[in-house]
Structure formats: structure tokens, C-alpha cells
Design a protein around this ligand. Structure first.
Ligand code: NAD
Length: 306
């Protein structure tokens, strides 16, 4: 069994490391947040204080951090991954980051003699807990094969997207589509209610009709319909609005650089900005549903509980 270093034990990293532990790997984890550290320790992760300690004997090093700036920060510097990991450790970033950060990780790793793959994921916390995430990988075919050996216990699908940064490119396009379809599920759920339909009956119809989507099946923003939805837990985050906003902004930026018009993505971005302006950036992105009602009141959300 392998020794795996894991930096970032949050909503996703916590669930993903639990799968690696269950598969018999020794996992050394790091996080800044005491609650994330405690939850990971309870799941069998050996929680250590520094990145240097975590990576010192690693066969593989994974990062699962909010943004590109966090990934760069843990790779660089005297306490960072590049300065402390064994030369033969396989390095993989599963965070959703900008393409420039991913390219920087590939190029610097290569110049320092490390193997690096971009390894973003899709499937949410539900997929992470079940070990059914889709991994989309970018890098050389040899490095991707090496990464796949570590990834298998966490994944339902491992797909080579192409060379360096192709995984993250696929992830940005995928998530732009996800958040546009989340908007559709949010608005459709409220229109159905406004027209007097029973929420569960409408969901059952849409689920096997042309409105079906991953957002519909996994994040439907109405309580009591889909077990994995944040709507059942006062919209506590499985995927924070701030991170959803980041993903759509990265997609819109990539579109601008490629001379593309993406008005639906821009609308999703504007809606997430409204939620963030209301101070709800740390709530689940599916709380976007509250913007549909005139007074911001929506089933499943009670601001007083926060
Ligand atoms: P999260 O905020 O729950 O977890 C990130 C963790 O990183 C936090 O616990 C934080 O304390 C830790 N962290 C930040 N800086 C650190 C540092 N310097 N050293 C150590 N730990 C540090 O976020 P998440 O939902 O787990 O998402 C992680 C990444 O995965 C993001 O890029 C996100 O866009 C992507 N993603 C999330 C989902 C999802 O459904 N939540 C799905 C696919 C991809």
C-alpha cells in the first residue's frame, strides 16, 4: 500500500481521503481548519502540522484546495511540496484552478524533475463519499497511468483529457455547463411550485423528461426530494457559492480569451455575485434558488438558523 500526502481536507478532500484510507493506503493530511483536521483524523487520516512533514515520504501528493493561489502557495517555498517531496513522488492537483496555475505547476514540476498531472474531479461530495468521482487527467500518458493507480479507490471514471492542463480545461467547460443547468433547476423548481404542482411529482416527471440534469438529480434545491441536496440541511455548503462563483468566473475568463460569447455563464456569475453580496458566499451554491422569489424566501432556508 502507498503513502499518500493530501493537502486540503475540506468538503471534497475529507471524503476523498476517507476512500484512500478505506483502500488501505497510509494518508498524511494537512489543513488549516481545525474542524476539517478533526473530521479527517476520525476517518483514519494521519493529520500532520506541515506540508513538509506530509510529503517527506510520499509516493504521491494530492492537493485539493480552493483556488490557484492556494495551490501555488503549498507548492512553493521552503516548506512547500517541491522543496520537500521525494523526487519520485507523483504530484497531482485535483483542485479547480485557472489554466495558468495548472501550467505553472506542470512546467515547474518538470524543470525540477517531478512528474505532475492536473487531476480535477466531478461528482460533488456525494460522488467523493461514494468513490464514484470522474477524474479528468492532463499530462503525459506515463504520468497519467501512474496517477490512475492512486486515483482508482476514489473514482467511477478516469478519463485522459489530453496533455498538460487538458484536465483542467475540461473541468472549466464542464462546470460552466453545471452552473447554467443549476440555474435551470432552480427556476424550474419554483415555477412548478408557483403553478401549484406537488414538488416531488414534478421532480419525478422532470427526472425522466427533457429537463433532466446532474444538478436536478443531485442538487435539486427543494427540501425532501433528493437526499444529497443541500436544501435538506438549510443549504449548508456541499459546494460553496464562493467556489461556484470562482469556477464560472474562470470559464468566462477563458471564453473571453478565446473570443467567445457566453451570456448564460455571465448570468450565472451575476446570480452568484448577488448571493455573495447578501453575505451568503459560504452557503451552498444551490441557494441561488432564493433569487427566484420576490421576497427571497424559499422552502428549506431559514436565515435565523445560521
Ligand atoms: P473546501 O473549502 O471545503 O476545502 C478546502 C480546504 O482547503 C479547506 O478545509 C481549507 O481549510 C483548506 N486550505 C486552504 N488553504 C490551505 C493551505 N494553505 N494549507 C492547507 N489547507 C488549506 O473546498 P472543497 O469544496 O473541498 O473544494 C476544493 C476544490 O475542489 C475547489 O477547487 C473546488 O472548486 C473543487 N471542487 C469542489 C467540488 C464540491 O462539490 N465541493 C466538486 C468538484 C471540485
Amino acid at each position: 500500500m502507498a503513502t499518500i500526502a493530501w493537502i486540503g481536507l475540506g468538503n471534497m478532500g475529507g471524503a476523498m481521503t476517507a476512500r484512500l484510507v478505506a483502500a488501505g493506503h497510509r494518508v498524511l493530511g494537512v489543513d488549516l481548519n481545525p474542524a476539517a483536521r478533526a473530521a479527517a483524523a476520525a476517518a483514519g487520516v494521519t493529520v500532520v502540522e506541515t506540508v513538509a512533514e506530509a510529503v517527506a515520504e510520499a509516493d504521491a501528493v494530492f492537493t485539493m484546495l480552493p483556488k490557484g493561489e492556494h495551490v501555488r502557495a503549498v507548492y512553493e517555498g521552503a516548506d512547500g511540496i517541491w522543496a520537500n517531496a521525494p523526487q519520485d513522488a507523483l504530484l497531482a492537483d485535483s483542485s479547480t484552478v485557472d489554466i495558468d496555475t495548472s501550467r505553472h505547476c506542470h512546467e515547474t514540476s518538470q524543470s525540477l524533475g517531478f512528474r505532475f498531472v492536473d487531476a480535477p474531479v466531478s461528482g460533488g461530495v456525494a460522488g467523493a463519499s461514494a468513490g464514484t468521482l470522474t477524474f479528468m487527467l492532463g499530462g503525459s500518458s506515463e504520468d497519467i497511468d501512474a496517477a490512475a493507480a492512486f486515483i482508482t479507490p476514489m473514482s467511477g471514471n478516469i478519463i485522459t483529457a489530453g496533455g498538460p492542463t487538458a484536465g483542467i480545461a475540461a473541468k472549466l467547460a464542464n462546470n460552466m455547463m453545471l452552473f447554467i443547468s443549476l440555474l435551470a433547476a432552480a427556476e424550474g423548481s419554483q415555477l412548478a411550485a408557483g403553478l401549484g404542482l406537488d414538488p416531488k411529482t414534478f421532480w419525478e416527471i422532470a427526472r425522466v423528461s427533457s429537463a433532466d440534469s446532474w444538478a436536478m438529480r443531485t442538487w435539486y434545491p427543494v427540501p425532501g426530494i433528493v437526499p444529497s441536496a443541500a436544501a435538506n440541511q438549510n443549504f449548508d455548503a456541499t459546494f460553496q457559492t464562493l467556489l461556484a462563483r470562482k469556477d464560472v468566473a474562470l470559464a468566462v475568463d477563458a471564453g473571453t480569451r478565446n473570443d467567445l460569447s457566453l451570456p448564460a455563464a455571465q448570468l450565472a456569475l451575476a446570480q452568484f455575485d448577488r448571493l455573495i453580496e447578501e453575505g451568503l458566499g459560504e452557503k451552498d451554491c444551490s441557494l441561488i434558488v432564493k433569487l427566484v422569489s420576490a421576497d427571497g424566501a424559499v422552502d428549506g432556508y431559514d436565515a435565523a438558523v445560521d
